[in-house]
Structure formats: structure tokens, C-alpha cells
Design a protein around this ligand. Structure first.
Ligand SMILES: [Zn+2]
Length: 307
């Protein structure tokens, strides 16, 4: 019989897919958080999740047992901010000429808010001039705005956002964007790599997707629950840090130190970057560490807000 570690290890070696941390990562982060909630906080989040307009989607295929069902819905809710990107009830407000979709009961608006998922803190290793500050809104402005509102009427809508964004900003490429000499927009102005999305790598859709998928890509309850057990065994480093600013500063530093450790290459289509075995192994270890932190910190935030 395979050990848990061996099973998870094999699954990590599966072929990467094109996804957003993907559903596996977000569900695992939320599951670990849920397991670390106080009784009081858990009762509050269960109530908020049940009152969300999309609750019925989150309990599809959920266990019949009430407690397991609530945990399942909470974990699904953590993916909701990504699923609305492909949901026709919602619209991408950043697209020119887009017609807003009608506001439905229970939602303050039907915007996809794609720019809430990351913060583009710029860096360069070759002296390319950088923008002074990251564009807003971004993951930091939104986490700082939303967390204090969890006690408000809007909490039903906002809670899934907190579950999602706390996960996102622990993926280093959601905290950074790289500028390089010669990498310009059509007007000749310096242009970033969009958090690794324009960097082609061998064996993955791009560098950003490689990291999004680093926790695994098998979106089954069995795999996700195994992953949560693996995350729960990660060392407890600064789990009580509840300031999103610190989470993002750490992610930015990790991106510079590890994500871009292959050098200043741009990863063109013709010349994709080949990530060596050591890089791949370290990325998986780092991703598990970050996801474990995300889960514990998310629990700390919710325990504070709901006690
Ligand atoms: Zn996201």
C-alpha cells in the first residue's frame, strides 16, 4: 500500500493544467483554515456561507453529514472568486465597451473584480525604470478593506473573497511583476511580465500557471483532503501574522529569491525557460509552506473577526 506522502508526491508529478493557486490550492487553504477555527467562528462562517446566493452550487456532491457538508461548502466558497470569471451573470468591468449584467439579489454588484486577485509590486534586475506604486484596487487594498467589513451586512458576499484572496497572496507570483530591458508594450513603454503570465516555461502553460498548479491539480475531495493533512504537518512559522501587507512583502521577497532564480531570461515562445529538477522540487516545498501559512493565517483572521 502506498503511503500518504507517496500518493501525494505522485499526484504532484501529474501534468500541469491551465488554471488559476487553482481550485485544489484554494480548497486546501480554506480546509486547513476551517479546521483551525474556534467553535464560535465556525458557527458564524457556517451561517454566512449558508446565506450566500450561490450556496446551492457549493453543496453539490457534498457529504450528507451536516458538519462535513459545512466544511465542504466553505472550501468551495474559496474558489468562487475564480469561478465567476466564467459565469455569464458576472461581467469583466475592466473590458472596454462591456455592458454590465443586471444586479441579482444578494450581490452588491456583478463585477468580476479580476484585479483584486493580485498586487503588481514591480521589480527588475537590470535597472529598467519601474512604476512608483502598484495599481489599485489590488489584493492588498481589498483585503485591508474587506477584513474589517466581515462584521457588516455585506459579510455574506465578502467572506468568500477573504477566503480566496488570503490564498492568492500566499502564491508569490500574485505579489510581484517583473520588468526587463527590451520588454515593451506596443507604444514602446516598459511592460511587465504580468506576474509571470508572459513567461513561457517548458512543460507548463506559463510561469504563473506553473506556480498556481504547484500544490497539485487533481480536484477531487480525496486528493484535497490528503493535501490538507500534508499542509497541517508543515512547520508553524509565524502563523498568527494577520497583516496582509506582511503576507505580500514575504511573497514579493520569495518571488525575487526563488521564483525568478533562473535569471533574467524572458521566456519567449521560441525560447521557453527550462526549470530544473531542483527548482521544481523547491517550488513544491515552498508552495506547501505558503499554503499552510495561508490556511493558518486565514483562521487567525476569522477567529479574530468572529470572536
Ligand atoms: Zn485568484
Amino acid at each position: 500500500m502506498k503511503t500518504l506522502a507517496a500518493t501525494v508526491c505522485c499526484l504532484f508529478l501529474a501534468v500541469p493544467a491551465v488554471h488559476a493557486w487553482n481550485a485544489v490550492g484554494h480548497r486546501a487553504v480554506a480546509g486547513l483554515a476551517y479546521d483551525n477555527l474556534t467553535k464560535k467562528a465556525r458557527a458564524r462562517v457556517d451561517d454566512l456561507i449558508r446565506r450566500h446566493p450561490d450556496y446551492n452550487q457549493w453543496i453539490q456532491g457534498a457529504p450528507a453529514d451536516a458538519k462535513k457538508r459545512a466544511r465542504h461548502a466553505f472550501m468551495k466558497a474559496a474558489v468562487w472568486s475564480d469561478t465567476i470569471k466564467g459565469d455569464p451573470r458576472f461581467y469583466d468591468e475592466a473590458r472596454r465597451g462591456i455592458t454590465p449584467t443586471p444586479t441579482l439579489p444578494g450581490f452588491p454588484d456583478m463585477k468580476q473584480h479580476r484585479n483584486w486577485h493580485y498586487i503588481n509590486v514591480a521589480f527588475s534586475t537590470d535597472g529598467t525604470p519601474l512604476p512608483k506604486a502598484p495599481p489599485t484596487p489590488n489584493a492588498l487594498t481589498q483585503l485591508n478593506t474587506i477584513i474589517p467589513q466581515l462584521a457588516s451586512q455585506e459579510a455574506v458576499y465578502l467572506l468568500p473573497w477573504v477566503l480566496h484572496l488570503a490564498g492568492d497572496v500566499h502564491q508569490p507570483l500574485h505579489c510581484v511583476t517583473r520588468f526587463r530591458k527590451g520588454q515593451n508594450d506596443p507604444q514602446g513603454r516598459p511592460w511587465s511580465d504580468l506576474g509571470g503570465n508572459t513567461v513561457n516555461v517548458v512543460g507548463a502553460y506559463n510561469l504563473h500557471a506553473f506556480w498556481d498548479d504547484a500544490l497539485g491539480i487533481v480536484d477531487s475531495d480525496t486528493y484535497v483532503n490528503q493535501l490538507i493533512k500534508v499542509l497541517a504537518k508543515q512547520p508553524k512559522e509565524k502563523p498568527s501574522v494577520t497583516t496582509p501587507d506582511t503576507w505580500i512583502q514575504e511573497g514579493f521577497q520569495l518571488a525575487k529569491d526563488h521564483v525568478y532564480s533562473f535569471g533574467n531570461e524572458g521566456g519567449s515562445k521560441e525560447n521557453p525557460i527550462r526549470l530544473d529538477t531542483n527548482y521544481v522540487q523547491k517550488s513544491r516545498e515552498l508552495s506547501r509552506r505558503r499554503a499552510a501559512l495561508a490556511g493558518r493565517r486565514l483562521a487567525a483572521v476569522l477567529n479574530t473577526q468572529f470572536n
